[in-house]
Design a protein around this ligand. Structure first.
Ligand SMILES: Cc1cc2nc3c(=O)[nH]c(=O)nc-3n(C[C@H](O)[C@H](O)[C@H](O)COP(=O)(O)O)c2cc1C
Length: 177
């Protein structure tokens, strides 16, 4: 797909069909995630693929306080947690007062959702979830930073126009003047 089209059709889906996702699509998403850049190439993350009964359990965790009810139908979730930093990235982050791990995870998530959109799939990045419950489910003590729902939108689900600030509002680009 043309990149300009891809970034237009990629949107947060909040009405999924129960249709399963092919392993091939999941693998392609993981590959896009894997090839993303990260500070010092540290790749400080782990991504769990949850389908079937595990997906049902994840959907309960992300619908904490009823905030993501559409997650019920989702056939596949990616749960992204932090992994250890490399020494170089940890030192760089310390010196510069930055935590590059969340930045790296955000960039990798963007790769994943665009890959999914390119394959005609739909996603929703989820930052609202019961982390304690998710950690227990996955048997980890690592911080969980993001969950991504993956599936196919329900029939007739529309592509919404993007609601965004203008370039002027978010940048200081003066168009070459
Ligand atoms: C870090 C992050 C956390 C988000 N958490 C949620 C969430 O918990 N539930 C939800 O429905 N959407 C969530 N979203 C989706 C945003 O609401 C959405 O990206 C934004 O409104 C722009 O809409 P669009 O993705 O359709 O272009 C999240 C997005 C990001 C990047």
């Amino acid at each position: 797909m043309e990149f300009s089209k891809l970034i237009e059709v990629r949107q947060s889906c909040r009405k999924f069909s129960a249709e399963k996702v092919e392993n091939e699509d999941i693998l392609a998403c993981l590959e896009a995630f894997r090839l993303s850049p990260s500070a010092c190439n540290a790749q400080p993350y782990h991504i769990s693929v949850c389908t079937g009964e595990k997906a049902a359990a994840v959907s309960e965790c992300v619908n904490s306080m009823g905030m993501n009810p559409f997650a019920k139908n989702v056939p596949c979730f990616f749960v992204i947690r932090e992994d250890s930093y490399s020494a170089a990235a940890a030192l760089g982050g310390l010196i510069k007062g930055q935590d590059y791990r969340s930045i790296d995870i955000g960039i990798a998530a963007a790769h994943l959702v665009l890959c999914a959109a390119d394959r005609g799939l739909n996603t929703c990045i989820l930052g609202w979830f019961d982390e304690k419950k998710l950690k227990k489910l996955l048997g980890t003590s690592d911080r969980i930073r993001l969950v991504i729902a993956l599936g196919r939108a329900a029939e007739g689900y529309p592509i919404r126009p993007k609601v965004r600030k203008s370039i002027k509002q978010i940048s200081d680009f003066d168009n070459g003047k």
